[in-house]
Ligand binder design. Structure first.
Ligand SMILES: CC(C)(COP(=O)(O)OP(=O)(O)OC[C@H]1O[C@@H](n2cnc3c(N)ncnc32)[C@H](O)[C@@H]1OP(=O)(O)O)[C@@H](O)C(=O)NCCC(=O)NCCS
Length: 196
């Protein structure tokens, strides 16, 4: 059964996300995961869907509408997290500059980059994570969660959804192909774009 996260499933869902190393800006902590889940059960928070069998959460998908704005506000509410992000950002912007100077391989559809990952818009959502527990993979739960996610995002006025996928993540690439995303790769990462 695919359903929206509710207060009674926050604990189990946060555990699944933490076990899977849910991370934001390269930072992964239990408190961060729990805060995002708590926000998801509030009005206009992140859209979090779970695939539940009995009491067990077998899959979770989280997408954030206007993610840059959400994270900006999140950092005001969580200043310690903000400090860690700033520390990381200084390092990674140096790495990005080096990577771009070296040039990167590209593949796939350039249209996947039609929307900038960091663009702030109430009509754009970013997938933070989609995960299915290892014993339930390949049974269609990932695709089902995405289809339900698209309906919820449409109802929130979203027209474009973005996701990022590691170049070697065959299962995730296949899931995105199956659910109708446009895919383009630069370097070690694919960007996926879905028009709703
Ligand atoms: C990616 C993930 C969410 C897919 O969930 P899932 O429930 O197994 O996906 P589905 O069963 O709906 O399958 C969707 C498509 O992917 C294919 N697929 C699933 N696992 C696959 C694998 N390991 N290799 C190749 N294709 C795979 C399915 O066959 C299906 O395509 P098809 O119907 O055309 O054959 C799951 O593998 C997962 O949790 N991975 C770890 C977390 C992760 O990497 N998340 C994505 C971050 S971007």
């Amino acid at each position: 059964m695919i359903e929206l996260l509710s207060p009674s499933t926050v604990d189990a869902t946060a555990r699944v996300l933490t076990d899977h190393g849910f991370s934001v800006f390269g930072i992964s902590t239990t408190a961060l995961t729990r805060s995002v889940c708590d926000d998801a059960v509030r009005e206009n928070g992140p859209v979090a869907l779970i695939a539940r069998v009995g009491d067990e959460v077998r899959g979770v998908a989280v997408a954030i509408v206007d993610a840059p704005r959400y994270w900006k506000k999140f950092m005001f509410r969580h200043p310690l997290f903000a400090c860690r992000v700033l520390g990381k950002r200084n390092k990674s912007s140096r790495n990005d500059a080096e990577r771009l100077a070296a040039g990167v391989d590209a593949e796939g559809d350039a249209a996947a980059f039609a929307v900038n990952w960091n663009e702030s818009s109430p009509h754009v959502a970013r997938v933070s994570l989609i995960v299915v527990s290892s014993s339930s993979r390949g049974c269609g739960l990932g695709a089902e969660m995405y289809e339900a996610m698209f309906d919820h995002l449409r109802a929130r006025g979203v027209v474009t959804v973005l996701a990022r996928i590691g170049a070697a993540n065959t299962a995730s690439l296949q899931l995105h192909r199956k659910t109708g995303w446009t895919l383009g790769r630069r370097g070690a990462r694919w960007q996926a774009l879905k028009e709703l």
